[in-house]
Design a protein around this ligand. Structure first.
Ligand SMILES: *[C@@H]1O[C@H](CO)[C@@H](O)[C@H](O)[C@H]1NC(C)=O
Length: 396
């Protein structure tokens, strides 16, 4: 009896690891294998998790519990910045809280988010702001059902061939700007872009700063799919319960962003910036669902983005008016040009109870995104309900 239970168990493990192997990333990260067929490891505590993520061994790391880093590196109280928008929010007394700001190297005058700042005492959990979890190349990190949760610390991806799947990252000092980033695409050494990175069915909530961001390197074959970017927060810079700093990419980048849900945000959802022409960013956004975003969603500044088959609902500003970027939302007028360039039908975006999309330098988009946008064939846009079949964490 014991033998057969053991055998059944081994067979289950084999199926689990095979199914990880069998998963196929859509878009640019197609071909990513992560830790491949390495025997799965189950970190038992935060130290083991840190080690498995960082070491140079290809690994399949299964998260079947919560890893709570809060308190593990202590708390710090210091002088921070109270910006003008937070003072205004306090005066409004509308039931929402804003964010104070952790001062960075440049002090009060040069810290992002600290506009017209006044000194204020702030306290934060150090684990969220320092020593992110370094993820080396050839790793699969995968949550089991809804059990894989990382609280109070972000991931710093730094290597080729990484799969991050079905994990919820949450609670990085949401009360403070610079309180923590959930997923940082760090590139490799010497600012080399990472190859084949797949972020899939990941949920991010309650961060101080960015849900996802890049350093100067980024990736040239990144797919972000079926993720749940949940901006609901008591502490929003926009004083309305919607997170502002959502996702910002400032690096060379080639990205497929498909089937994600981006909701309850108020800005930068996402922002792609060339930093005054320093970087080349090419992205395909398709079949995503944006809803209940009070501020702007897309902010395309010097980048090249094709948006098609997306569903925007209750989103008054689908994209920010910018003169420097190039962005094209497929509609009935430009569909034919899109088809001619990509060699397949292009699918118009849908806007429901939302503002209008403001295209700019549209004719520059198709030649620049052709190689990216031909990797994924969109279907008709629809509002997606929360379910692991659609987006977010669960039983995959
Ligand atoms: C996680 O899975 C491993 C391997 O099956 C098991 O040994 C461990 O007890 C599990 N941990 C939890 C918290 O369920």
């Amino acid at each position: 009896m014991r033998v057969s239970i053991g055998a059944a168990f081994m067979a289950l493990v084999a199926i689990a690891s095979n199914s990880i192997m069998a998963a196929t990333a859509p878009g640019l990260a197609t071909g990513v294998t992560g830790g491949g067929n390495a025997a799965p490891v189950y970190p038992k505590n935060i130290v083991e998790l840190q080690t498995y993520l960082r070491d140079s061994v290809p690994r399949v790391i299964i998260l079947n519990k919560t890893f709570d880093f809060r308190g593990s590196e202590g708390k710090k109280t210091e002088t921070g910045c109270r910006p003008d928008y937070t003072r205004e929010c306090i005066a409004k007394k509308n039931g929402f809280k804003s964010q104070d700001v952790i001062l960075q190297g440049g002090g009060m005058a040069h810290t992002g988010g600290c506009s017209n700042g006044q000194p204020v005492s702030i306290t934060y959990d150090i684990a969220g702001t320092k020593n992110p979890l370094i993820v080396s190349g050839s790793k699969t990190i995968r949550g089991e059902g809804k059990k894989g949760v990382i609280i109070g610390k972000g991931l710093w991806l730094s290597g080729d061939n990484i799969i991050l799947q079905n994990v919820h990252i949450t609670n990085l000092n949401p009360h403070l700007v610079w309180g923590g980033d959930a997923i940082y695409l760090q590139g490799k050494g010497n600012n080399q872009p990472m190859e084949k990175v797949w972020i899939d069915h990941v949920k991010v909530s309650l961060v101080g700063r960015q849900m996802m961001t890049t350093n100067a390197a980024g990736s040239n074959s990144l797919t972000i799919s079926n993720c749940d970017f949940d901006g609901q927060t008591p502490y929003s810079a926009s004083c309305d319960g919607h997170h502002y700093w959502t996702n910002i990419f400032v690096s060379n980048l080639k990205m497929t962003m498909v089937n994600n849900c981006i909701h309850h945000t108020s800005g930068r959802a996402p922002k792609l910036s060339s930093s005054e022409g320093k970087y080349l960013l090419q992205a395909h956004f398709a079949n995503n669902y944006w809803y209940d975003n009070t501020g702007h969603s897309l902010e395309i500044d010097g980048a090249y983005v094709l948006s098609e088959g997306n569903y925007f609902k209750d989103t008054p500003v689908p994209n920010l008016q910018e003169n420097k970027g190039s962005v094209m939302s497929v509609n009935t007028n430009n569909k034919a040009a899109c088809k001619a360039a990509l060699g397949r039908d292009c699918i118009p975006d849908v806007f429901v109870n939302s503002g209008a999309f403001v295209g700019h330098s549209e004719n520059e988009v198709l030649p620049k995104v052709k190689d990216v946008a031909t990797r994924f064939k969109p279907t008709q846009p629809k509002p997606l309900s929360l379910s692991a079949k659609n987006f977010g964490v669960g039983d995959l």
